[in-house]
Ligand binder design. Structure first.
Ligand SMILES: [Zn+2]
Length: 152
């Protein structure tokens, strides 16, 4: 009985893992088809897995697997992946240069006290990831500014 239960549980986990991988394959294929360049943040997955609360979310999302899929599919299709460093303050840095030290993961929005802009952290992070990914390397002159529309 015990073995049957263990076997069933293993099958359920395997099905969930296969379903997740299938979903990530579909999403990564779709993104590579639709865009010439994809900008990613190099999240500290190992560091997050050491944190119990984050481990479930990161483990379930399969972020590392997803990043790898995007990278090889982009290469196969002559597309590009640009990755920014894991310590870039993507959700905390306003376009005016203000850095929000008080932001917590549960904050759903914040207002910049310097320029008054209202931010949704995930949207700000996406814009900043794109902005940082297209920053000219080694100029040391990345000044804050509006996000730039990048043509495909
Ligand atoms: Zn601001």
């Amino acid at each position: 009985m015990g073995n049957d239960k263990g076997f069933s549980r293993g099958v359920v986990y395997e099905k969930a893992a296969n379903s997740r991988a299938d979903c990530l394959h579909k999403l990564s294929t779709d993104l590579v088809r639709r865009f010439d360049t994809l900008c990613l943040e190099d999240l500290n997955v190992k560091g997050m897995m050491a944190n119990d609360r984050l481990a479930r979310h990161v483990g379930q999302s399969g972020w590392a697997m997803f990043g790898a899929m995007l990278a090889y599919k982009a290469e196969w299709n002559g597309k590009h992946v640009r990755t920014i460093g894991r310590f870039e303050p993507s959700s905390r840095l306003c376009y005016c240069g203000y850095y929000n030290h008080a932001l917590t993961p549960s904050d759903r929005e914040w207002d910049c006290p310097e320029c008054g802009r209202q931010h949704v952290p995930v949207v700000l992070a996406a814009n900043n990831i794109r902005r940082f990914a297209y920053r000219k390397p080694n100029t040391g002159r990345d000044t804050p500014g509006e996000p730039v529309e990048v043509s495909a």
